[in-house]
Design a protein around this ligand. Structure first.
Ligand code: C2O
Length: 587
């Protein structure tokens, strides 16, 4: 095992898209940022040099950080942020994990431009992949482009305004050929295919708000891993991926040589007022062969394969590029089936004895401005602010000290701000009947909620079941629930209301997919199990940025159950500290 070392200089650079310069906060001047490539067992050292005007942390999304919570990179949960003109070095080992993960800033909204791939290859080279050896590996990072001051968007959302939208979607930082500036196309992502070769696409959804459908005209994917866990090979013409998820898929360049669009379409459930961008981004897969064969090839392919075409595009040498038939942007069923079709490649030892059960209702609520107990409540009512909740509590970070330090030093400092994450309401309640109209022009009755530093404590080794229930209040929103420091067995998922009496019987205890981010089906539920075996303080939250910014989060504390808990090693010597004056920046 070796040490893989990087220096990440975080700074603001001007980037031009859609005829407009935008100041983007990025690593090493690049978007996406540098890929970290390691072999399982390696150590990673990343020197973060913060030359941006913002407080920054970097989170290594999906890395288990075994006994190393200090490197998890969540501001005020595991560390004080790295202040402007300050540095901090993250050190961690990548052990027992293979596949595609990623890194991103864990600062609200800034992860839109501060992210990159984290690729973990097996120790014995390609020979130990449990699938045919790929000839080439290609990261495909799907994201969105914002022409807004992102930290400002977060502040505005915390104050109750919501009319913010991305300007377009991206594949590897490119908006694609559907966009142009005064007649000049932006240029999309281009992937060269050599006929007969096999490509391993490492797909990451780094977008803030959208699930995406990804297709390549005339080609199938064979999905082999999700969230850096191998799955039984699953062949599909469409990949559905939610914010925070990763999917590894093989594609064989076995079509007639030609040009084929690769398309990422943001999908969104129908809702009365969901004006999310429908900005499909198109890149191109092009075969590297001589031109005479391309010209005839595409037409021949069309008739041979019956590829459906939405649009044609005549290339420079007269060849036709094929476009895939995309699902409807309101189609959530295709995503449900994609996710339901994943099973673990190997049989697993899923613990059967459950110690703790959590039923978590994901929703929206309102809190009164100025801390009053009662006020007029609703989406556009000035007396209240809309918050995102789990079991009617909205999470807020502590301000005095990161929770992990408080835990390690056994200070009681944070106890007032803390509240235990409550268990959910009666399971008999019909959550899909809660048919309220989110953010309509009318006054709408949102549930009175509270704000707290919501935590739940688990004894090290506890087996925990969680059921996430999506509600009608969130119709139109996405709920990819992400747990730090642990993987989860995704035991079952369904549409409608969870019903323990019949749904427990459906749990897959043999080969459930293992995930760090679980997409809760729209107006449905997902049941997961995990072993709380990694001592530390771990964030658990929705990876849909609206919800995270508005408080759909909680902190899981894992310790040995004694007050003198010594399960955590000490913090790194150069750990950042925060001073009391920085409170406003820390939120
Ligand atoms: Cu990728 Cu806490 O997030």
């Amino acid at each position: 095992a070796s040490v893989v070392e990087h220096t990440f200089v975080v700074s603001q650079v001007n980037m031009t898209h859609l005829c407009k310069d935008t100041l983007a906060t990025v690593v090493n001047g690049q978007l996406p940022g540098p890929a970290i490539e390691v072999t399982e067992g390696d150590s990673v050292t990343v020197h973060v040099v913060n030359k941006s005007p913002y407080n920054i942390t970097i989170h290594w999304h999906g890395v288990k950080q075994w006994l190393n919570c200090w490197a998890d990179g969540v501001p005020m949960v595991t560390q004080c942020p790295i202040l402007p003109n300050h540095n901090f070095t993250y050190r961690f080992n990548v052990v027992g994990q293979e596949g595609t993960l990623w890194w991103h800033a864990h600062v609200p909204f800034l992860r839109a431009t501060l992210h990159g791939a984290l690729i973990i290859r097996p120790r014995h080279g390609a020979i130990s992949y449990p699938f045919p050896k790929p000839d080439m590996e290609v990261p495909i990072i799907i994201g969105d482009w914002w022409q807004l001051d992102l930290p400002q968007v977060d502040q505005s959302m915390k104050n109750g305004s919501f009319d913010f939208f991305a300007s377009g979607s991206t594949i590897n930082g490119k908006l694609g050929d559907l966009f142009n500036c005064s007649g000049v196309p932006e240029g999309g992502y281009v992937l060269d295919f050599v006929p007969g070769k096999t490509y391993l696409l490492r797909v990451i959804n780094a977008g803030l708000f959208s699930e995406f459908y990804l297709k390549i005209a005339g080609h199938n994917f064979t999905v082999v891993a999700a969230d850096a866990n191998y799955v039984s090979p699953y062949t599909t013409d469409v990949i559905a991926i939610a914010p925070g998820e990763t999917v590894d898929a093989l594609v064989v360049a076995n079509a007639t040589p030609g040009r084929y669009y690769i398309v990422a379409l943001p999908n969104q459930a129908p809702g009365p007022d969901t004006q999310t961008p429908e900005f499909t981004t198109r890149g191109m897969v092009q075969y590297r062969v001589n031109h005479s064969s391309i010209t005839n090839g595409a037409a021949a392919l069309r008739s041979r394969r019956g590829v459906k075409q939405e649009e044609n595009d005549i290339g420079p040498s007269g060849d036709v590029a094929l476009a895939p038939q995309m699902p409807d942007k309101h189609d959530t069923v295709t995503s449900f089936y994609f996710h339901s079709n994943l099973t673990s490649l190997h049989h697993l030892t899923v613990p059967q004895q459950v110690d703790e059960n959590l039923f978590l209702v994901l929703g929206l609520g309102s809190i009164c401005r100025n801390g009053q107990q009662s006020c007029k409540r609703g989406g556009n009512i000035n007396e209240s602010i809309v918050v995102a909740t789990m079991n009617s509590v909205s999470y807020q970070h502590p301000t005095k000290m990161p929770l992990l330090e408080a835990q390690y030093y056994h200070t009681g400092v944070l106890l007032d701000a803390m509240q235990e994450l409550p268990d959910g309401p009666s399971r008999a309640f019909n959550f899909t009947d809660k048919a309220l109209i989110p953010f309509g022009p009318k006054e709408i009755p949102l549930e009175p909620s509270s704000k707290a530093t919501v935590v739940r404590r688990f004894r090290q080794g506890a087996v925990v079941d969680m059921v996430f229930q999506s509600t009608a209040l969130l119709q139109g929103d996405s709920n990819p629930m992400h747990l730090h420091g642990h993987n989860m067995f995704l035991l079952a998922q369904g549409l409608g209301n969870y019903n323990a009496a019949k749904d427990v019987a459906r749990y897959n205890l043999v080969n459930p997919p293992v995930k760090n981010t679980v997409l809760v089906p729209n107006l449905g539920w997902a049941a997961v199990r995990f072993v709380a075996n990694n001592p530390g303080v771990w964030f658990m939250h929705c990876h849909y940025e609206f919800h995270l910014s508005m408080g759909m989060a909680a902190v899981f504390i894992v310790d040995d159950g004694t007050t003198a808990d010594t399960s955590l090693p000490p913090p790194p010597a150069d750990f950042p500290t925060c001073c009391a004056n920085d409170h406003n920046l820390l939120q």
